[in-house]
Ligand binder design. Structure first.
Ligand SMILES: Cc1cc2nc3c(=O)[nH]c(=O)nc-3n(C[C@H](O)[C@H](O)[C@H](O)COP(=O)(O)O)c2cc1C
Length: 164
């Protein structure tokens, strides 16, 4: 089974969740940034799990990434070296695998990124096998709320069972 957990992450929180999900799925899974998850890496994937931070109640945009701030001594500079999930999904080649979506956000945020992620994955032919998940951050640049990495690992294990 080829499983890829792909993420966009400005301060590493979504990346940490992605790594925990991949650990939960098992040794056949890898967590890759949107830069690392090239067409060649994705080709033939049986499962794609994709995640992004929530910006302005949705998927990050080029504008929200620019507005992210940081690098001011108080908040670290955001990592903008890998593409937005939005553009990664737009370029996703058609495939036949399964999929699941997640996001990192504040607990209170009324809507998020996962509906757009789910639509992008399904448009490319990856059928959803799970309700989307939100993992909670307690500040704009993190950290993750205590226990979220463990929840991510457990969800990864559930996804692995669902596709066996
Ligand atoms: C420009 C911007 C807009 C944001 N808007 C929201 C929002 O609408 N709802 C929310 O819950 N979090 C919002 N956040 C907080 C992000 O969810 C948080 O930065 C993210 O989960 C951190 O994950 P990362 O380290 O992987 O980027 C916003 C953050 C930024 C930088």
């Amino acid at each position: 089974m080829k499983a890829i957990v792909v993420y966009e992450s400005l301060w590493g929180n979504t990346a940490a969740v992605a790594r925990a999900i991949a650990e939960g799925i098992g040794p056949e899974a890898r967590a890759l940034s949107t830069a690392e998850a090239t067409a060649a890496e994705i080709a033939g994937a049986d499962l794609i799990v994709a995640g992004a931070p929530v910006h302005a109640f949705s998927l990050p945009s080029e504008q929200s990434r620019k507005n992210a701030g940081g690098g001011n001594g108080k908040t670290p500079a955001p990592d903008l070296s890998h593409p937005a999930m939005r553009s990664w999904l737009a370029g996703l080649a058609p495939g036949k695998g399964l999929s699941a979506a997640f996001e990192t956000a504040f607990k209170w945020s009324p809507s998020g990124a996962t509906s757009a992620i789910g639509r992008g994955l399904q448009r490319a032919g990856y059928r959803s096998i799970s309700k989307a998940r939100r993992f909670i951050v307690t500040g704009g640049s993190g950290p993750l709320r205590a226990g979220e990495a463990e929840k991510a690992r457990a969800w990864g294990a559930e996804l692995a069972l669902a596709i066996k």
